[in-house]
Write a protein that binds this ligand. Sequence first.
Ligand code: MLT
Ligand code: ZN
Length: 464
Amino acid sequence: MDLLAGLREIVGDTHVVTDPDAVAPYAQDWTRRWHGKPLAVVRPATVAQVSAVVRACAAAGVPLVPQGGNTGLVGAGVPQDGEVVLSLARLDSIGPLDPLGKTLMAGAGVTLAQVQRTAREAGLDVGLDFSARDTATVGGIAATNAGGERVMRHGVARFRIRGLEAVLADGSVVRRMSTVAKDNTGYDLVQLLIGSEGTLGVITAVQVDLIHPRKIIGTALVAVSTVDDALTVLRAVQHDFPGLEAAEFFHHDGLQLVLKHERRARPFDRPHPLYLLFDLSDGDGRPDAGEELTELLGGLDCVRDLVVVSTSAERRRLWELRELQTDAVSAEGVPVKLDVALPLNQLSTFERRLAGVVRPVARHAMPILFGHIAEGNVHVNLLNALDEDAEGAVMEAVLDLVASLGGSISAEHGIGLANARWLTLTRSSADLAAMRAIKQALDPEGILSPGRMLPDAAPALKRP
Ligand code: MLT
Ligand code: ZN
């Protein structure tokens, strides 16, 4: 029996999609940089169906790539030619929520926004947030160990996930959802699968660890001249306000793109080189925190301009200036998109040297930098550089600089196809050998997401 017929038998005719128009949204990523021609998109509705689909693909020797909301940015969830896209979108059941143990079960296809809503209705929260919340799914968040805007307070996704269910390459189902907070029994398969980007298993459900919510009582937009000034402000705010919930940054050029493409109002009368955005929570138990923050920032010589707001509409308006940077960059063109992290004491050196390493390989590149300053996480978007990057010269120039400064070549977006070539910059050969041994043990035929993450693990495609 041919593979497509077998897949139709497992999930039903309508959920094996081969029509090119219907396949298109699954076949290309959000940035339009990563795309392929899949054999089919398969949309199972249960973990049993996922298992049967994996077995069928393995038997036919056809690789598959799991896909959640398709908001990834490194080509990890986008098919290469001939692969099967395994969409987890229909695994969308949510609950139960355990208010005492503070956990919430969610199918892999549940969006972050749905998880947030369910948690908040119960007086709890998730401790994870980022701009793709309405589309990104918890399965994808777990698979990529996503980060976002709350990391400085609540950690990356792996700190927010207690349990997982996943289908391995042989179709077996591992399920580790713990009802207790302490559980030291054996290898931690949950943490191994988190961040494995679909290369070790297909995540089908997630047990989210919930937090007691903090109320955001003040949001500040602060204009400064340089990265060093930004770090001075960050240090002062962190010192005086341990309840700081978020610290983000963006530059003048990125703001200009948001004003141009997203038609938002400019925040200050005059332009500034660099902006910081802070969210302050009620965690410090200081009712006048907003005024105290205004006073602190107003007293710093390096602050050029400042606005502190408290209503949710005003907060939204400031946050859009930061969150819409991704959309605004994309409206301008397809960028070479990197996501790096620098030790904070190297951040200004990185920004200073960036143009010098990019210009020789991409003369017309226009860098748009923004990100999560508390973690030194810089999203480097290089517009007008795609042609020059055909052989990876632009990526290599930037990632070499990052590695030489002791940073990470992927802070929160993952490795996927985009960064696999450069994993050796920051991971040793012993590290890579251990990773390959794990991959070999769990997926000996290389059926799951071949070529992603590990540089040379891509098997020859067997096409039907
Ligand atoms: C963000 O922080 O806005 C996201 O990581 C998306 C991006 O980098 O474009
Ligand atoms: Zn980010």
